[in-house]
Design a protein around this ligand. Structure first.
Ligand code: BMP
Length: 361
C-alpha cells in the first residue's frame, strides 16, 4: 500500500504528529531529501544548513564529530540549528544510534553536554540491547514535552548551609526547579558539605521552548511561506538495516524493529532501513535511507563505488522507486561536490522524480 500512496495521503494516516508534519513538508517542498551534514566544525554545519535548507526536509547530524559545538541551550549550536530549521522548514535528526540499557539512554538523550532532546526533533536507536530502551526513550520524550513550557531561570548563588540542613540564600524561583545542585565550596567544609558549610547552589529551571521544534517566528522569513511550525514533539527512528558491507543485522532483528515500532506508535516515526518494511496496515511509518549517491552528471551509467571503508551506495531511483523507501540520506554526494547547493537541488529533483515514478506519475 505504501508504494502507491502519496505523501499527502500518508500525512493523514500517520499517528505521530511529527511524521504527519514531515509528510506535509515533503509535499510542500517537493523534497524527499535528507542532508547528512557530516562536516567537522559548528560554523561549517550552520553554513551548510542555511544554504541547503531550501532543498531538504531533514538535516541529519552527528554532533559528536563536530568541533566547536557550543552547548549553550539558548544561544548555542543546537539552538541556532533549530532556528534554521524553522526558517527553512526542515527537521533535525541527530543520528545518535542509541544502544544501551534504558536508564543510560534516557540520560544520554536528555542530559550531558549536548542535551540532544532540546534541539533534535528526531533521533534514532539500535535496539540490539532489547526493545525496552525504546520505551525508556519514549518516556524521556513525554517528560520533556511536559516540561517545555516552564520558564528559564538558571542561577548560581552562594549561600550558607545551616546546621539543620536548610540553605540560606537560595535563588528565588517561582517555578519548580528541574535540578538543584548544592555543592560545598568552602575550604572549611566537612566531607559531606554539611553543617555550616559555604555552598554554591545552582538552580536550573529549564525551558526547551527556545531550542525546541517550535518557537517564535522571529527568524528571517522562509522561502516557503506555507510552512507551518513543527509540532512540539520528539520522534525516534529505529535503525533496522544498515547500508554497510557485512552488516550483522539479521532479518529477525529487522522484524523486531517493526514490532517495536508498532508498540510505540506515539513515539516511533519509522525506520532507517534499506527498503520499505511496512506491511499493508503500517504505511504510517516513514523510511529513511543512507548509502545514496548519484553518478556524476554526464556519467549516468557508471556504477557508483563504495568509499573503501564499507559504505555502499545506491541511486535515489533504486532506493525510492525500487526498494520503496521514502527519504534518501545523502552526505558526501552533496558535501564533496564543487557546488553543494546545486548538487542538493540535483538530488532533490532525482529523489522526487523517483517518488513520482513509484506512484506511476
Ligand atoms: P555518506 O552519504 O557520506 O556516505 O554518509 C552517510 C551517512 O549516513 C553517515 O552520516 C553515516 O553515519 C550514516 N549512515 C549510513 O551511512 N548507513 C547506515 O546504515 C546508517 C547511517 O546512519
Amino acid at each position: 500500500a505504501t508504494l502507491t500512496q502519496t505523501f499527502a495521503e500518508r500525512a493523514e494516516k500517520a499517528t505521530h504528529p511529527l511524521t504527519r508534519y514531515l509528510f506535509r513538508l515533503m509535499e510542500l517542498k517537493q523534497s524527499n531529501l535528507c542532508l547528512s551534514a557530516d562536516v567537522t566544525t559548528a560554523r561549517g554545519l550552520l553554513a551548510i544548513a542555511d544554504k541547503v535548507g531550501p532543498y531538504i526536509v531533514v538535516l541529519k547530524t552527528h554532533y559528536d564529530l563536530i568541533s566547536g559545538w557550543d552547548y549553550n541551550p539558548q544561544t548555542g549550536t543546537g539552538a541556532k540549528l533549530a532556528a534554521l530549521a524553522r526558517k527553512h522548514g526542515f527537521l533535525i535528526f541527530e543520528d545518535r544510534k542509541f544502544v544501551d540499557i534504558g536508564k543510560t539512554v534516557q540520560m544520554q538523550y536528555t542530559a550531558g553536554t549536548a542535551r540532544i532532546i532540546d534541539w533534535a526533533h528526531i533521533t534514532n536507536a539500535n535496539i540490539d540491547a532489547g526493545k525496552d530502551m525504546v520505551r525508556a526513550l519514549a518516556e524521556a520524550a513525554a517528560k520533556w514535552k511536559g516540561r517545555r513550557h516552564c520558564e528559564v531561570k538558571t542561577s548560581v548563588t552562594v549561600g550558607a548551609l545551616d546546621e539543620d540542613g536548610t540553605v540560606n540564600g537560595v535563588s528565588p524561583s517561582h517555578v519548580e526547579p528541574l535540578e538543584e545542585q548544592i555543592r560545598p565550596v568552602s575550604p572549611e567544609r566537612d566531607a559531606d558539605g554539611r553543617k555550616g558549610s559555604i555552598v554554591s547552589i545552582t538552580t536550573v529551571t529549564q525551558s526547551f521552548e527556545h531550542a525546541g521544534a517550535s518557537g517564535h517566528a522571529d527568524d528571517a522569513e522562509s522561502v516557503f511561506p506555507g510552512i507551518e511550525e513543527a509540532p512540539a514533539d520528539r520522534g525516534l527512528l529505529l535503525l533496522a538495516q544498515m547500508s554497510s558491507k557485512g552488516c550483522l543485522m539479521t532479518r529477525e532483528y529487522t522484524q523486531a524493529c517493526v514490532e517495536a515500532a508498532r508498540d510505540h506508535r506515539d513515539f516511533v516515526m519509522g525506520f532507517v532501513s534499506q527498503e520499505a518494511l511496512n506491511s499493508a496496515d503500517d504505511d504510517a511509518f516513514i523510511h529513511m535511507t543512507p548509502g545514496c549517491k548519484l553518478p556524476p552528471p554526464g556519467e549516468e551509467d557508471k556504477p557508483i563505488d563504495g568509499d573503501g571503508l564499507g559504505q555502499q551506495y545506491n541511486t535515489p531511483d533504486k532506493l525510492i522507486k525500487g526498494a520503496g523507501t521514502d527519504i534518501v540520506i545523502v552526505g558526501r554526494g552533496i558535501l564533496e561536490a564543487a557546488d553543494p547547493v546545486s548538487e542538493a537541488e540535483r538530488y532533490r529533483k532525482r529523489a522526487w522524480k523517483a517518488y513520482l515514478g513509484r506512484l506511476g506519475k
